[in-house]
Design a protein around this ligand. Structure first.
Ligand SMILES: [Zn+2]
Length: 74
């Protein structure tokens, strides 16, 4: 897995929507690639921040993802 593929799976990874096989590939990449590891950590921290203030009721996951994508310019 390369960086582009890892980032493509970022949200599914954070939402634990990946198959165990893909998830372990992403995890391997994150261990081997500090910049991606950091990127994922940042996204995860932000996701938790949003969730803490926005108790799942107020925003469906798809909307949250869209907000995150806009914020991170993806
Ligand atoms: Zn990478």
């Amino acid at each position: 897995m390369n960086c582009r593929e890892a980032v493509e799976h970022l949200y599914e990874y954070l939402d634990r929507e990946l198959t165990p096989e893909v998830e372990s590939k992403v995890r391997e990449h994150l261990k081997a690639c500090p910049p991606c590891g950091e990127h994922f950590d940042t996204e995860q921290a932000f996701l938790k921040f949003v969730e803490a203030r926005c108790r799942s009721r107020c925003a469906p996951p798809e909307l949250k993802r869209r907000i995150l994508r806009e914020l991170f310019g993806e």
